[in-house]
Design a binder for this molecule. Structure first.
Ligand code: ZN
Length: 395
């Protein structure tokens, strides 16, 4: 089935059997892709907004051995995006090298893991230049953030769904008709919601939510930890994930800012926001964890690293709810790396889900994981946030 979000970019003069750049796979994003020399390609990272303009993910395929070069430029349709592209310019990108049928890659298997590859420090500003040794039959996937595609998320949730106490259902459908999966793990106790993927290519947040799902299903929390009824929606913006949208839905909506007026009964125009809000009203949370992800510059720790957001005092309608949020915030500040960014909480936007939940007295944790850390760290951080956050709940 052809998907309107996916675009194949094959220049007419390029023989796809020889050298090729592809941008049409799940989670891929690239426009104006072209071959500019022997084993040298360029493309632009498609922007959603001036800010969400730094994500790219393309594949290179060659039938010759040699030194390949890929140059990624900001989206020329959005001149304002250059500044953000430049500010988020990485020191390293993620690369996964997959062998064609019967051909093994250097890792010795047809399917390799994602690995970090440093970028060329001398690339012309503001582009990103990646140099890779090409070999016949090997396909290199090159990505700005380490991707966790929608289809893989569904498979991983499905693998948990037949365990005792685990149930896989749906929040509803995206604007393009994709199921928004919801995994429930009922360990008894208050309802704790975990959501991720509002900003579709912040895959580290998705991994944190999956880490909670997989950890709870495997009984990983210590036996002394209090149980909860955990409702996990790891990919609330599936169209954005599949289409490689840096920050928005297929309709161009920033799902983080799509909840204005929800608590006062205003109809939400965004399908994904409306589905999530209605599910939250149906199974009211005692606590909501929202997982996002910073793009990560240098492993040496250049800011921003990890991050925490919180709601302004004015958003709460009772002193008790405000106090509980502050208790939760100081717990998160002490027990996580969330303030490694710049030592303080960032304020939530008024259109955020958290702003609406505060009016209902529901405490929230909004955590920015770190892309450069990779999934194992994100899984551990996700579970640690859950363990500490649920200690503030009334039993
Ligand atoms: Zn985000």
């Amino acid at each position: 089935m052809s998907d309107p979000l996916l675009h194949v970019v094959l220049p007419a003069n390029q023989n796809p059997l020889h050298h090729m750049i592809r941008t049409d796979r799940e989670t891929q994003n690239g426009i104006r892709a072209e071959r500019v020399g022997d084993l040298h390609w360029r493309c632009e990272a498609r922007a959603d907004t001036d800010h969400y303009s730094y994500y790219f993910h393309v594949s290179l395929i060659s039938d010759a051995d040699g030194a390949g070069i890929l140059d990624i430029h900001p989206d020329t349709d959005r001149p304002g995006a250059v500044e953000s592209f430049r500010r988020h310019r990485p020191d390293a990108v993620w690369v996964r090298s997959v062998g064609a049928a019967g051909i093994e890659n250097s890792a010795g298997s047809a399917e390799a893991e994602w690995r970090r590859v440093g970028v060329d420090p001398d690339a012309p500003d503001p582009s990103v230049r990646v140099r890779l040794p090409l070999a016949a039959g090997i396909e290199h996937h090159i990505a700005r953030m380490r991707p966790t595609p929608y289809s893989e998320i569904l498979e991983r949730l499905q693998a948990l769904a037949d365990r005792p106490g685990v149930c896989l259902t749906s929040l509803g459908r995206s604007s393009r008709g994709r199921e928004i999966p919801l995994l429930e793990i009922d360990g008894g106790g208050p309802s704790v919601w975990v959501i991720a993927g509002q900003h579709s290519t912040e895959f580290g947040g998705v991994e944190a939510a999956l880490g909670i799902a997989e950890g709870l299903a495997a009984g990983i929390l210590a036996s002394g930890d209090p149980g909860c009824r955990c409702l996990i929606a790891p990919v609330v913006n599936p169209d954005g994930n599949v289409g490689g949208h840096p920050g928005c839905t297929a309709e161009g909506v920033d799902l983080y800012r799509a909840f204005t007026g929800a608590v006062d009964g205003q109809t939400l125009g965004c399908a994904e926001a409306a589905a999530l809000w209605s599910a939250l009203r149906e199974i009211p949370p005692a606590l909501v964890l929202n997982m996002h992800c910073y793009t990560g510059c240098s492993a040496a720790g250049r800011y921003p690293w990890e991050g925490l957001y919180t709601v302004s005092d004015a958003a709460f309608r009772s002193e008790e709810a405000r106090e509980r949020q502050r208790r939760l915030d100081s717990l998160m500040a002490r027990e996580t790396g969330g303030l490694s960014q710049h030592g303080r909480f960032s304020p939530h936007a008024e259109g955020s889900l958290e702003h609406q939940l505060a009016a209902l007295g529901i405490p929230t944790v909004f955590y920015e994981h770190q892309d450069a850390h990779g999934p194992a760290h994100q899984h551990r951080t996700g579970l640690a946030i859950l363990r500490h956050a649920q200690s503030i709940l009334d039993r």
